[in-house]
Design a protein around this ligand. Structure first.
Ligand code: ATP
Ligand code: MG
Length: 393
């Protein structure tokens, strides 16, 4: 059918034509966003899920809701290895500039700018064009301990937002790339503003490994956040994700074809978009039928192998590739035991420890329970088995 009208949107962070199966998460977020404006206690959320399950899309959606409720928002995608202080500085600068436009918040904004200046000094942030013409405030946000200084700074921003009768909502995507110290400082700071009932909210997203926080950060995090799982869609939602966009274009799809797409994709959002996209293009006319979907499956898998899976595999070193291929050779579904992987590779678990840690750090695998590992990319083992066939002997 006409590729120009194709409604499906496979791609990282691409807004899907039908955001299916996420009503509960969206509703909880919208309530929290409204509560914070009237000074009521609210839990922030950290969305946890595998690759391609729709975390970024949800964060964008929630940002839109926050804006519609007149929150000032800051969206950060954590890149590997950048300190949080660097990422937050320009965002806080921008927020304070906005708040300083509000007449009765000017004095507070000025004070907060001074704290920001101290903070930039303490963390040697290269401020570029965003240097501040205010004097630093001695003794505020300048201790050099990120948890303390970020807390001071957040409190100042929160106080400013409060007198301006506004709220600030921070979004951080790919949270697993934050260092442990940055992550716990962030959590401690959010805890501080929460205790003081200041209007700052936080929404994060990342791979499931973030849940394995340590120490104080963990006990705070459990009280502060909900961790809604963002996984594969259930059957009803997966069907809606495919059928609704087609119907909206005045076209149709057979039940049998729909079932086949749900089966092939296991309801994973990225895969649903890819299958929907191919099935639409393959079909000559409505209804899209079983034959179309079978043809589309071959094309969709090829696209995933050359894109979604391939780019991730390419980020691994040859030794790391051996490791993940050994995982996949054990079976096409995880979790896998580290000891079994070690045995397959003929090495000790200890000697493989650093290699395993690097692959976790790259966000390719994660551990659900001690001694277990699994892929963060759905169906990645099947891909590896396609490119590095397993011998049966
Ligand atoms: N609820 C949904 N219904 C249908 N399609 C969806 C849904 N959520 C996301 N998608 C589609 O899935 C794909 C992946 O979405 P997104 O990039 O948000 O995933 P992600 O979890 O952020 O992945 P990654 O971990 O790789 O960053 C996009 O093509 C998007 O359109
Ligand atoms: Mg994402």
């Amino acid at each position: 059918m006409d590729p120009v009208r194709n409604p499906f949107a496979p791609g990282a962070g691409s807004q899907p034509p039908e955001l299916a199966g996420r009503d509960d998460i969206i509703q909880a977020a919208e309530i929290a966003i409204q509560r914070v404006l009237i000074g009521r206690h609210q839990k922030s959320q950290i969305l946890l899920g595998l690759r391609g399950t729709g975390k970024t899309v949800l964060l964008n959606k929630i940002e839109g809701l926050a804006e519609s409720h007149r929150h000032i928002t800051s969206f950060i995608e954590a890149p590997e290895g950048r300190p949080l202080a660097d990422l937050l500085y320009p965002k806080i600068h921008q927020v304070l500039r906005k708040l300083s436009m509000v007449e009765n918040a000017k004095a507070k904004a000025h004070q907060a700018m001074r704290a920001l200046r101290s903070f930039a000094g303490a963390f040697k942030i290269s401020v570029g064009d965003l240097s501040l013409s205010v004097d630093p405030e001695v003794g505020v946000a300048d201790s050099g301990s990120l948890a303390d200084d970020l807390s001071d700074l957040f409190v100042r921003v929160g106080e400013t937002a409060k007198v301006a009768e506004q709220a600030w909502t921070i979004f951080i995507d790919e949270m697993q790339y934050l260092s442990e110290g940055d992550l716990s400082a962030l959590i401690v700071s959010i805890h501080r503003v929460n205790q003081k009932q200041l209007p700052i909210m936080f929404f994060g997203a990342g791979l499931p490994q973030i849940a394995a926080l340590a120490g104080d950060a963990k006990s705070y995090a459990e009280r502060l956040f909900d961790f809604p799982p963002v996984g594969a869609l259930d059957e009803t939602a997966a069907i809606a994700a495919i059928r609704q966009p087609i119907v909206d274009e005045d076209e149709s799809i057979s039940d049998e074809a729909l079932e086949e797409i749900v089966k092939q994709t296991e309801g994973y959002p990225y895969f649903l978009q890819e299958w929907g996209h191919q099935a639409w293009n393959v079909a000559n006319h409505s209804p899209i039928d079983m034959n179309d979907v079978q043809e589309a499956s071959v094309l969709a898998l090829k696209r995933l192998d050359e894109g979604f899976f391939r780019v991730r595999f390419d980020r691994l070193t040859p030794k790391e590739r051996d490791y993940v291929i050994a995982m996949a050779s054990i079976g096409s579904r995880g979790p896998y035991r580290s000891s079994d992987v070690a045995e397959t590779l003929g090495e000790s678990i200890q000697s493989l420890g650093p290699r395993r840690a690097k692959i976790v750090h790259k966000g390719m695998i994660y551990s659900r329970a001690h001694g277990d590992i699994d892929f963060t990319v759905p169906m990645f083992a099947d891909y590896l088995r396609r490119i590095a066939p397993v011998s049966d002997d």
